[in-house]
Design a protein around this ligand. Structure first.
Ligand SMILES: O=C(O)[C@H](O)COP(=O)(O)O
Length: 212
C-alpha cells in the first residue's frame, strides 16, 4: 500500500515579496507565487502523482496554492479540507513589520531567534513549539489516518506550520530545527511505512532558495 504525504509551502505571497512578517495576516499570492504553485503541480503530475484528498489552512495564500497545484494536475474540485490548525505561526506584534527593519531595531540574532528557534515566541505571537501544539494533533487526528489508509494526501500550508511537521517526520531536534528552511512552492514528497515513520523523502527541486 502506498502511503504518500506531500507537503507544499504556499507560493510567494505579496508580503513575502515585500519582506513583511505575515503570520495570520491574509495576503494573496504574487504572480510569481501563482507560477510556483502551477509549476509544483506540473512537477507532481510529471512524477505520476495523483491525490485523493487535500488539506490546507484558513489563509488564502495556502488555499490558492492548493487549488493551483490541483488544477495543474487536472484534479480541480478534489476534496479539500481547511483548518486553522494549519495556519502559519502567528507572528504577533511583528506582523506587518519589514524583516530588515526588524533586524535594524532588534538585531539579527534576536530576529533569527524569533523566526527559527523552537521555543522563543515573537512578541505577542507563537513560538514554533506553540505552532506544533496545534499542527501535530491535527496531523495525527485528521491527516495521518488518511495516509495510513492508503490515500494520497496533499498538505498545502506555510513555512512554519510545515516546519513543525517536518521536524517530527525527519526526526529533527529542538536545536537542528533552527537550520530548516522550507522554500515556497517546493513539494516535499514523503512515503510512510506502516508504522507511520518515513520510508522515503523527495524534494522536488534541487536548488532550494528559501524565501525570506
Ligand atoms: O509568516 C511569514 O512572515 C512568512 O510566511 C514566514 O516567515 P519566516 O520565514 O520569517 O518564518
Amino acid at each position: 500500500m502506498e502511503r504518500m504525504l506531500v507537503l507544499a509551502r504556499h507560493g510567494q505571497s505579496e508580503w513575502n515579496l515585500k519582506k513583511l512578517f505575515t503570520g495570520w495576516r491574509d495576503p494573496d499570492l504574487t504572480p510569481l507565487g501563482v507560477e510556483e504553485a502551477r509549476t509544483a503541480g506540473r512537477w507532481l503530475k510529471a512524477q505520476g502523482s495523483q491525490f485523493d484528498v487535500a488539506f490546507t489552512s484558513n489563509l488564502k495564500r495556502a488555499q490558492n496554492t492548493c487549488a493551483l497545484i490541483l488544477e495543474s494536475m487536472g484534479q480541480s474540485g478534489l476534496e479539500t479540507i481547511r483548518s486553522e490548525a494549519l495556519n502559519e505561526r502567528d507572528y504577533g506584534d511583528l506582523a506587518g513589520l519589514n524583516k530588515d527593519d526588524a533586524r535594524e531595531r532588534w538585531g539579527d540574532a534576536q530576529v533569527h531567534e524569533w523566526r527559527r528557534s523552537y521555543d522563543v515566541p515573537p512578541p505577542g505571537g507563537e513560538s514554533l513549539k506553540d505552532t506544533a501544539a496545534r499542527v501535530l494533533p491535527y496531523y495525527i487526528q485528521h491527516i495521518l489516518p488518511r495516509v495510513m489508509g492508503g490515500e494520497r494526501v496533499l498538505v498545502a500550508a506555510h513555512g512554519n506550520s510545515l516546519r513543525a511537521l517536518v521536524m517530527v517526520l525527519d526526526g529533527m531536534t529542538t536545536k537542528t530545527i533552527a537550520s530548516l528552511e522550507i522554500a515556497t512552492g517546493i513539494p516535499l514528497v514523503y512515503h510512510l511505512k506502516a508504522d507511520t515513520t518515513v520510508e522515503s523523502k523527495l524534494i522536488l527541486d534541487k536548488d532550494i532558495d528559501a524565501a525570506d
